[in-house]
Write a protein that binds this ligand. Structure first.
Ligand SMILES: [Zn+2]
Ligand SMILES: [Zn+2]
Ligand SMILES: [Zn+2]
Length: 138
């Protein structure tokens, strides 16, 4: 297992256990967001509870963010570098491809600023665009 992966976890104050390193390695290889079931299929030697806890820890520590794409399934994707322990700054749009059913982060496309009334406190916001992704367009 590479030192680089270990360092990513250590930098985010996560103890680099074997399972966590495997999950991180898998996440780094993905071009689209993943679900817990995807992870289970890939890492069949680890049990579901451990994988779920690993995702929760990663989310808490600012390594991944969760995305609701309108289905029942929660998706997970790696964060940008600015995310930290308990503080996410993933204010980008997500794109759901209606053809391949994959969900993509579009980190360069920011969610537009909303002019909310003063007495409304924004905590989080998500925006999922739907359409055909670049891979399916070919
Ligand atoms: Zn984040
Ligand atoms: Zn697609
Ligand atoms: Zn994202």
């Amino acid at each position: 297992m590479s030192m680089e992966l270990e360092n990513v976890l250590i930098a985010k104050q996560v103890n680099p256990t074997a399972v966590r390193l495997l999950v991180l390695e898998y996440l780094l290889k993905q071009k689209a967001a993943i679900s817990l079931s995807d992870l289970e299929t890939e890492l069949h030697r680890a049990d579901r509870v451990t994988l779920y806890r690993t995702l929760k820890t990663f989310e808490e520590k600012g390594i991944i963010h969760t995305i609701k794409d309108g289905t029942e399934v929660t998706k997970y994707a790696l964060c940008q570098d600015e995310c930290n322990n308990g503080l996410h700054s993933d204010m980008h749009i997500h794109f759901y491809c209606t053809n391949c059913k994959e969900l993509y982060c579009l980190p360069k496309v920011q969610i537009p600023k909303l002019n909310l009334p003063d007495d409304f406190n924004l905590q989080e916001m998500s925006l999922v665009a739907r359409g055909i992704c670049k891979n399916c367009k070919k």
